[in-house]
Design a binder for this molecule. Structure first.
Ligand SMILES: [Zn+2]
Length: 60
């Protein structure tokens, strides 16, 4: 049996490969950055510092 693919529709993937999408997580007074690759930034009191950690991770 063969499966027919509809033209122009790429197969869906559950997880994007090697993509670094940062999300911010806040816990009480602290804020930390988390990445889709599994990386997690240290807890920061300032959100700007957490974003800085994330930016440094994405550049690396
Ligand atoms: Zn990452």
């Amino acid at each position: 049996m063969q499966q027919e693919n509809r033209a122009g529709v790429p197969p869906q993937r559950s997880a994007p490969p090697e993509e670094h999408l940062i999300s911010m997580a806040e816990k009480g007074p602290f804020c930390s950055a988390a990445c889709t690759c599994g990386w997690r930034g240290p807890a920061r009191r300032a959100r700007s510092l957490a974003r800085r950690d994330a930016a440094a991770h994405q550049e690396a």
